[in-house]
Design a protein around this ligand. Structure first.
Ligand code: FES
Length: 106
């Protein structure tokens, strides 16, 4: 059964999308909502355009960032903050069900 991901888009609208376990947040958002200029490199941690802000109460449910994700966030993502993640580097798990992310500005 698909899990659920709450997504707040760049216009501030909230959508609830289906996401399969093991799918990245980037792929689920791209498939369901196809925002402009989102996930441009296809998920190889090279563009920073899959940047999302994780709801603070959900942030600690995610596994820690690898160095490559930190580097891309710092060098390419717009307006990163302490709750920033790259959607392509977060594989969705059961324990992430119903979490909320906001798509960062492009
Ligand atoms: Fe390019 Fe995530 S899709 S860094």
């Amino acid at each position: 059964m698909a899990l659920k991901l709450n997504v707040i888009d760049r216009e501030g609208n909230q959508k609830i999308i289906d996401i399969e376990e093991g799918t990245t947040i980037r792929d689920a958002i791209d498939d369901e909502l196809f925002p402009d200029n989102y996930g441009v490199c296809g998920g190889c941690c090279a563009c920073g355009t899959c940047h999302v802000y994780v709801k603070p109460s959900d942030y600690d449910k995610l596994k820690a960032k690898e160095d490559e994700e930190i580097d891309t966030l710092e060098s390419l993502a717009l307006e990163p903050n302490q709750y920033s993640r790259l959607g392509c580097q977060v594989e969705f798990k059961k324990e992430h069900d119903n979490m909320t992310v906001t798509i960062a500005p492009d």
